[in-house]
Design a protein around this ligand. Structure first.
Ligand code: NAP
Length: 298
């Protein structure tokens, strides 16, 4: 990855003020709810009480953006959010996604025909106990270029917005070609692709989002935890920078992501209230030029 130094066009000093998520103002660090379910995003959590507590602490410390999906569980993440936070405080932006569903053994099924997307939106509204959602991502499950199905999927999302079921449309797991195609049809609130220090394949998508002022919300910003795990003998760039700046590896990964662009938001997933607090505190970390150069070697 050393040859691919990301363009740092945004927050050279990390920020604590709000960022844009489509029409909404949110804090740069949100919460990914996928880790609140059982293992593999299937079934109930080991400690339901702790999951509920975490969601309430999140809102108490200023988290105003929670990423979820009806198919996390299924219904588990949404039900926990509902039990913990409904009626939702003003300004809390719940973002969900459609395009997949779970079978009874936890397998992930593609569920992306237009009628299935509409059903997916309805399932999210039901399980979250709302009549509309701020943002829903169209999560692509197939690796096909923009095609007739993609047009039909976009049309279904636009129709849902026209009906008032969703306020903003996002895309997830897309290429720059999908993004450029979609913006000819509709405004987008966000793009949610995999992207972190060890996987920058979505750089063209991030660049396009930055150019267009669309929020880029990388999923798995901690590489599903591997960037965050602390180890005393860690001589990786993330470990070295974390030690020098006196913070954790997770905080470095989050601060780096936020420094990429003024349009980047993060939604680290956690089942730990201590980790949640740590992740939110990453907004106070400023990465200097030496740190950014070292992290480029990741
Ligand atoms: N659009 C999509 O297709 C898609 C796909 C995947 C995920 N997502 C969304 O993106 C969110 C984030 O992705 P993710 O949860 O898969 O991966 P992630 O945020 O990269 O990593 C989550 C892992 O990191 C650990 N972790 C979190 N904070 C930590 C800290 N401060 N110190 C040490 N470990 C820490 C968590 O363990 P602990 O529980 O122990 O903290 C968990 O194992 C998800 O929750 C979900 O909402 C979307």
């Amino acid at each position: 990855m050393a040859d691919h130094v990301p363009r740092l066009s945004g927050r050279s000093e990390n920020i604590v003020e709000s960022s844009r998520l489509g029409p909404f103002a949110v804090q740069p660090v949100g919460l990914g709810a996928m880790q609140l379910t059982g293992p593999g995003a299937f079934g109930p959590p080991r400690d339901r009480h702790e999951a509920i507590r975490l969601l309430r602490v999140a809102v108490d410390i200023g988290v105003d953006h929670i990423d979820t999906a009806q198919y996390y569980g299924p219904d588990v993440a949404n039900q926990l959010i509902r039990d913990a936070l409904h009626p939702y405080p003003p300004g809390l932006i719940l973002v969900s996604k459609v395009g997949a569903r779970r079978d009874s053994r936890g397998g992930v099924l593609t569920w992306d025909e237009p009628a299935q997307l509409c059903q997916g939106i309805e399932d999210n509204l039901r399980s979250l106990g709302v009549d509309h959602l701020p943002v829903v991502n169209l999560r692509l499950m197939r690796s096909t270029p923009p095609d007739a199905l993609f047009d039909d999927q976009l049309a279904a999302m636009i129709a849902a917005r026209d009906e008032g079921l969703i306020q903003g449309i996002g895309l997830s797991n897309v290429t720059a070609a999908h993004l450029l195609h979609a913006v000819q049809e509709t405004d987008l609130a966000c793009v949610q692709n995999a992207y972190h220090l060890g996987n920058r394949r979505s750089q063209p998508v991030l660049d396009e989002c930055t150019r267009r002022g669309i929020a880029f919300v990388p999923f798995a910003p901690l590489a599903s935890g591997s960037l965050a795990h602390n180890s005393g003998s860690d001589d990786s760039p993330v470990g070295i920078v974390a030690r020098r700046l006196g913070c954790t590896r997770a905080q470095i990964a989050i601060a780096w992501t936020l420094a990429l662009s003024p349009h980047t938001l993060v939604i680290p997933g956690t089942s730990s209230t201590a980790h949640l607090r740590e992740n939110v505190a990453a907004t106070t970390i400023s990465l200097d030029a030496d740190a950014l150069a070292q992290l480029a070697e990741t």
